[in-house]
Design a protein around this ligand. Sequence first.
Ligand code: VL7
Length: 176
Amino acid sequence: MPTSLCGTWDMISNVNFEGYMRALGISACLRKIALKLKLRKVIEQQGDQYLVKTLSTFKNYTISFKIDQEFGEFTKGLDNRHIKVRMDVRKRTAPSVRVPTQFCVAFLINPLSLSFFFSCLPSVQSTVTWQGSKLTCEQTGEKKSRGWAHWVEDDKLHLELYCEGEVCKQVFKRNE
Ligand code: VL7
């Protein structure tokens, strides 16, 4: 079993966050704010279930996942609107509901309900696995080669964030 990543970690360095955010399509204004942040990671684990929180004075972002199990990640407050609609339709177990055609049409042409519908779609499909001692995540979606890797080295938490050839390297020290 690799070294535990659990605990509270405070950022001590952040290299090429700018390039990573640009690759994600984050606006210049938001990038400027984000660059000034000292991020904190809180990692909790119960068996195969993980909780990873990224905290800052500006925004927080939390994901929870099981190792080797794909999940729809909605990157809320990060790059939100990058959508990949998956074409594989799962077998329905619940009984289907019939909705009057007029209602469907009204719903579909209503910009409010449309934007709500799209805001509920996950931005990426993510899978977290152990690659040796590195906890790695592959984020499949609109952006190519997107993901991240976490590992502990010299009692520091390391994080590499990838997107379309850009690599951001962050290092965190333990918060006692
Ligand atoms: C999460 C942010 C830039 C938008 C605000 C910056 C707010 C604080 O994916 C990440 O962590 C993984 C691995 O630990 C777990 O989710 C990094 C921060 C990257 C991307 C987007 C700029 C606006 C940052 C939430």
